[in-house]
Ligand binder design. Structure first.
Ligand code: HEM
Length: 484
């Protein structure tokens, strides 16, 4: 076993760095090479311990306004090595959605199960294995690589955990969205050890199997009685250790976006549709994850998903049918550094498209879904709930083949937007729908609730489980007074 582990280590050593430095100058600041993480987990590499005291003292001198300005500038500065979204949707180029998803996926690991907190962005373990391997985190290595420029500029004045959470908050604020306050003080971990209980996906062998139990499948599969037997099973909520993951173990940590597929005998099934994903059952899975595992109320859940999917887009504008990747778009050997050739994620492979734009911009595949949620994905707006409440949505396939939804009226003002089944769950559950209607009618209430929930999202973690812990301990906060 030890020898097999060494084999993996050797391969990683040889191929690490296949994404060229001149293409992505600060890539390695954002994502730690897998070989280094594995050595650190084995205890064979001495660590530079993060000096907490020094950091907290230094924070008092942090020029928050110039940090905000650096991130906002970067957000609008589309780079050839990872072009910003916007042009493909008739919008201006912006990394706002990407930075917001980065902060959400870093913070959304937070779990509150039976009063015990786990996960959260403090520690910045998303830079490390295993979080940087999770399918849910695809292409976030590029976002961290872009922010490496800001990290390079500010050096030890800002920890990665503070930078990732502040970048997401800045992205919202600088796009016209609501943000009330942000507090600094998060410290970084030296490796991803504390993320291992949250799940290791698809890894068959490494480190003599010490850390590499694959949690891809649940020990006890659960399907709704109305669900197709061939569809993904859920991890039953009563399985204790799986409450650290999401209601589905697929992708590992959040919610299964496609939702459950109905079986042909279920009420509402139609053989004429390209899919029969159920927003009603998806709502139960959203609640299972957001309320039972992450500790959010229904109101916070609706505000967070609605605000999150006001910005940015999904990426899956590539049809792999007939290619060798068709049945197996992801590497499941691992641990597999995302940028490494063979990881099938992003520019190193160029699985989609040809020439200079292979794997980039309109050829990016992250989740396999395709399209924006709103008409201006780079700017805060109120399309998300309005479109879901006023339009009829019909099932379609993305070019990649994922099950999603579009407006039935092809002349609608929202015709260019899309929805996931998990989005539509918010108008197919009585409690969620009442809140969605309230937000569609009262934008100020939506803004205020989203800003509060976002603050809580990026401030709670295993180390500081209460939303005001960072403020009361370190007192370095901004209310964005400098933003005009
Ligand atoms: C039911 C819960 C959720 C599901 C199933 C879900 C699913 C997804 C999926 C599939 C994508 C597309 C990724 C890609 O292809 O690039 C995405 C993107 C995104 N999500 Fe979510 N999400 C959820 C909740 C949230 C929340 C709570 C937030 C923030 C508060 C959020 C913020 C975003 C943003 C900003 C993007 C756009 C990324 C970009 O433009 O590159 N999501 N989400």
């Amino acid at each position: 076993m030890a020898l097999r582990g060494m084999g993996v280590l050797l391969i990683l050593w040889v191929t690490e760095g296949s994404m060229r430095d001149d293409d992505f100058p600060f890539y390695d600041l954002g994502t730690i090479p897998a070989w280094r993480d594995l050595r650190s987990l084995r205890g064979t590499q001495s660590q530079d311990q993060f000096d907490k005291e020094k950091y907290h003292k230094q924070l008092k001198e942090l020029d928050v306004q110039s940090l905000y300005e650096s991130i906002s500038r970067l957000m609008k500065d589309s780079k050839a090595f990872w072009p910003a979204d916007g042009p493909q949707d008739g919008d201006v180029a912006s990394y706002a959605g990407l930075f917001e998803r980065l902060a959400w996926h870093c913070s959304g690991t937070f779990r509150l199960v039976n009063g015990t907190a786990a996960g959260g962005c403090e520690g910045a373990r998303q830079r490390h294995w295993p979080e940087n391997e999770w399918r849910d985190n695809s292409n976030l290595d590029k976002a961290r690589g872009l922010l490496g420029q800001v990290k390079h500029e500010f050096g030890s004045q800002i920890s990665w955990s503070d930078l990732l959470t502040f970048a997401g908050t800045t992205a919202i604020k600088a796009s016209g969205g609501p943000a009330k306050k942000f507090c600094f003080g998060r410290v970084d971990d030296v490796n991803g050890k504390r993320s291992i209980p949250l799940g290791v996906e698809g890894v068959k062998e490494c480190l003599g199997n010490k850390f590499c139990k694959s949690d891809f499948e649940c020990p006890v599969a659960f399907r709704w009685p109305e669900q197709d037997e061939a569809d993904h099973a859920r991890c039953n909520l009563t399985q204790p250790h799986h409450r650290l993951q999401a209601s589905h173990s697929v992708g590992l940590i959040y919610v299964y976006p496609e939702g459950p597929e109905l079986k042909s005998s279920a009420k509402g099934y139609s053989a004429k549709q390209v899919h029969n994903r159920s927003p009603r059952f998806s709502a139960l899975e959203v609640r299972d994850t957001f309320k039972e595992r992450m500790g959010w109320t229904d109101r916070e859940t609706v505000a967070l998903i609605g605000g999150g999917h006001t910005m940015g887009r999904t990426h899956g504008n590539c049809n792999l049918t007939g290619t060798k990747w068709a049945s197996h778009p992801y590497n499941e050997v691992g641990p597999f550094f995302e940028a490494q050739a063979g990881a099938l994620r992003g520019p190193t492979d160029g699985t989609c498209g040809t020439g200079a734009s292979a794997g980039l911009a309109q050829n990016t595949v992250s989740s396999g879904f395709e399209g924006p949620w709103t008409r201006t994905p780079s700017q805060w707006n109120y399309d998300f709930f309005d479109a879901m409440l006023t339009e009829e949505w019909e099932p379609v396939k993305s070019p990649f083949g994922a099950d999603q939804w579009r407006t039935k009226s092809r002349h609608s003002t929202y015709a260019s937007t899309m929805r996931l089944t998990a989005d539509l769950s918010l108008v197919n559950d009585e409690t969620y729908a009442a809140i969605a209607r309230e937000y569609a009618a009262d934008h100020a209430k939506f803004d205020s609730d989203f800003a509060d929930a976002w603050y809580k999202l990026v401030h709670r973690s295993e180390d500081n489980p209460n939303e005001n812990d960072l403020e009361s301990k370190f007192g370095v906060c901004t209310r964005f007074e400098f933003v005009k």
